[in-house]
Design a protein around this ligand. Structure first.
Ligand SMILES: NC(=O)c1ccc[n+]([C@@H]2O[C@H](COP(=O)([O-])OP(=O)(O)OC[C@H]3O[C@@H](n4cnc5c(N)ncnc54)[C@H](O)[C@@H]3O)[C@@H](O)[C@H]2O)c1
Length: 409
């Protein structure tokens, strides 16, 4: 029998799950779309996907072949070009595979729409094409355009649900005011065009939640899912979760720090030095954008250990590393007789390879949560986030058990 050029992809439409990626041609989004296409053609295993482990089988989550991708982007180019760039710089997407999935990438490209860089700061603005930078629209007009894109995606693909994921560049932090605490406050900010109080990510989330689409914030951008957004999600019956995917150094920290606690060792100092290249690194080299990331990476140790300690997190841009992020952590701790000892580790992880599968996991679990009629924060997904909203527990082991317990409910 002749093998379909679509691999094992089943027809979209009924039974299809739309996945709308904000930052659709970024390193992570491209790796994710390419990864699914390669898996469907049996070119690679499902390694890294938590939802492919036996514990999740009874949930009957949406098969990967039912996912249909689209999204917003602000840079010019194509998904295929992004995938070629990734192949050239990191070698994670194999060249032969790339040629085989080109048609599928091109098809997904036709579903990518122009996004907004409203109040995202200069580092992100400078990524965008001239046309996008020159555009002046009110907040209400931007929301209307995002809404129209999402509706058109749902209608034209015939999918029965759309999950929206923020994979866009990290924005500078936003000072949250009382207006961000309620849906009516947010609505007022949008209606009165208070541009300084909103950022692009918050407008995407607002539009998605109002349309009843589950929303995941994989970035540390705090303007995205404000308390007002979460309350709107509760009201509209929409599952949401954030912030900032836990994939590298912070994942290791959240697994290791509990060990010191279990043995009553006192951690005195935990210093983490991160170097990374690629576009994410470039954006994070702007001190304003970096502040969002450092805040998200630094908070969990004192939470896990239960006392304040000397910590430091630095993130430096080293272009030649591309997506191969390197972290060196030094942990100084004391034990019996107050004797001081140390642990050091070096982590070299490819960011997109670590992140793409857990984004897919969360998309499938968000779809499942909405099918079960759940709304508001999906705290069961805490183990996937550096700063899980609504969760004080940062110990990876407890977070994972929470997810396992959820599967039994
Ligand atoms: N391991 C990981 O990869 C990891 C872990 C945690 C968080 N994150 C976060 O995920 C995000 C994506 O990471 P990446 O490595 O793919 O970065 P990237 O720079 O390769 O991709 C980001 C994409 O978003 C686009 N973009 C920026 N602002 C936009 C906007 N307002 N609307 C639409 N598109 C916009 C950019 O043009 C770019 O294509 C970053 O915020 C990063 O901090 C990644």
């Amino acid at each position: 029998m002749k093998k379909s050029r679509q691999g094992n992809r089943e027809a979209a439409g009924e039974g299809g799950l739309g996945v709308w990626l904000i930052g659709a041609r970024g390193g992570l989004a491209t790796t994710l779309v390419a990864g699914v296409e390669l898996i469907l053609r049996n070119k690679t295993s499902r390694c890294g996907l938590v939802t492919e482990t036996p514990a999740f089988a009874p949930l009957k989550l949406r098969p990967l072949g039912r996912l249909v991708f689209g999204g917003h982007e602000v840079r010019k180019g194509s998904l295929f070009e992004s995938a070629m760039e990734i192949h050239r710089d990191n070698g994670t997407i194999p060249y032969e595979g790339l040629l085989e999935i080109r048609e599928a990438l091109d098809a997904a490209d036709t579903r990518i729409r122009e996004g907004t860089v409203m109040n995202c700061g200069d580092a992100i603005r400078n990524l965008a094409g001239k046309k996008i930078r020159a555009k002046h629209r009110s907040l209400a007009e931007i929301v209307k355009a995002i809404t129209a894109d999402l509706e058109e995606f749902r209608r034209s693909t015939g999918v029965d649900r759309v999950v929206v994921v923020n994979l866009a560049s990290t924005e500078p932090p936003l000072n949250l005011e009382p207006a961000h605490k309620t849906p009516t406050g947010l609505q007022r900010l949008i209606k009165n065009d208070v541009r300084a109080a909103m950022r692009a990510s918050g407008l995407y989330a607002w539009a998605a939640i109002r349309l009843g689409m589950p929303f995941l914030n994989f970035t540390p951008s705090n303007a995205c899912l404000t308390p007002g957004h979460v309350k709107l999600a509760m009201k509209k019956g929409v599952p949401v979760m954030g912030n900032d995917g836990k994939t590298g150094e912070t994942l290791v920290k959240s697994a290791l720090a509990p060990m010191f606690k279990y043995r009553n060792f006192r951690v005195l100092t935990w210093q983490g030095y991160n170097i990374l290249g690629d576009r994410d690194g470039q954006i994070l080299s702007d001190p304003r954008n970096r502040r969002s990331k450092i805040k998200s990476k630094d908070g969990l140790l004192s939470h896990i250990l239960g006392y304040p300690l000397n910590t430091h997190v630095s993130i430096e841009y080293a272009p030649s590393l591309s997506d191969l992020k390197t972290a060196w952590d030094f942990v100084h701790f004391q034990g019996f007789l107050d004797y001081k000892m140390s642990l050091q580790f070096t982590w070299q992880g490819c960011d997109a390879i670590l992140a793409a599968p857990i984004v897919l996991d969360m998309v499938r679990l968000a779809d499942h949560a909405q099918r079960r009629g759940e709304a508001g924060l999906m705290t069961q997904l805490a183990c996937f986030f550096k700063s899980p909203l609504g969760v004080d527990e940062h110990d990876l082991h407890f977070q994972f058990h929470h997810l396992m317990a959820y599967l039994d409910t």
